[in-house]
Write a protein that binds this ligand. Structure first.
Ligand code: SF4
Length: 251
């Protein structure tokens, strides 16, 4: 059987691009204050269930594979707490899972925004039209898009764990690069999936972007158990790559 390079995970033949839900959004995780999820800000983070990707390095895989196993946090409780936290937090980060798979996301965000809190969206960029309409309707103030790897079908699908329509990824990248909203691209780096040349290749695709950061994968409990306990790149290697990438982005 064909497998994801060096991970042993079967290479998927097909995968959902969107997991439709006719139900209102359920919230499966709530972090009241985080200093890490929106650079320079203190934010609350909401975790929405489900994802259309199966990245082998995903550390939120309970939300992706078995969201029903996580306790649902009542929306009324979240709204009441966010109202109380106003003045203590600078905004709210909508994360997941992949938030854009939820049809009710715009109304959900509008409800939070009515509290006067700026919104940051975390996304894998697979639903560019949802992303664009959220930005154009003024519902999100910042976007962090995870770019999974170099923009070729085989490598990208390996890193995402499902076949990916690269045109949609390119569309999201292209839209964000227009600068209509504050944005940053980021890539979680795994030695089994990303070589030096892959990251430099990706940097060329993201050339002109205002922000592209690398982050090491967490080997403690990744979605693919075969990655568990494997060694990430050293921080020194990552920093060196970021310097080289920066010179490509801003040449
Ligand atoms: S890391 Fe991949 S599988 Fe996990 S939530 Fe993000 S896009 Fe989905």
């Amino acid at each position: 059987m064909e497998t994801i390079a060096q991970t042993g995970v079967p290479l998927p033949q097909e995968g959902p691009q969107r997991q439709p839900s006719q139900e209102a959004i359920s919230i499966r995780g709530f972090l009241e204050t985080s200093f890490l999820d929106w650079p320079g800000k203190v934010v609350s983070v909401l975790f929405l269930p489900g994802c259309n990707f199966r990245c082998p390095f995903c550390h939120n895989h309970a939300l992706v594979l078995n969201p029903g196993g996580l306790e649902e946090i009542p929306r009324s409780y979240i709204m009441a707490r966010l109202a109380e936290l106003e003045g203590w937090v600078d905004g709210v980060c909508i994360s997941g899972g992949e938030p854009t798979i939820h049809p009710y996301l715009p109304s959900f965000i509008a409800e939070i925004k009515s509290l006067g809190l700026p919104i940051k969206l975390d996304t894998n960029g697979s639903n560019p039209h949802v992303l664009q309409s959220l930005v154009e309707e003024g519902l999100v103030d910042s976007v962090a898009m995870d770019v999974k790897g170099p923009l070729d079908e085989v490598n990208y699908s390996r890193a995402a764990g499902v076949p990916v329509d690269l045109e949609k990824i390119r569309e999201s990248i292209c839209f964000l690069k227009q600068g209509k909203v504050d944005y940053r691209f980021r890539t979680t780096v795994v030695p089994a999936l990303h070589k030096e040349e892959d990251l430099l290749h990706l940097a060329h695709h993201l050339s002109g972007s205002s922000s592209f950061t690398l982050q090491n994968f967490n080997p403690e409990d990744p979605l693919d158990p075969q990655l568990k306990g494997t060694s990430p790149y050293t921080e020194e290697w990552l920093q060196e790559m970021e310097v080289r990438i920066s010179s490509i982005l801003h040449h």
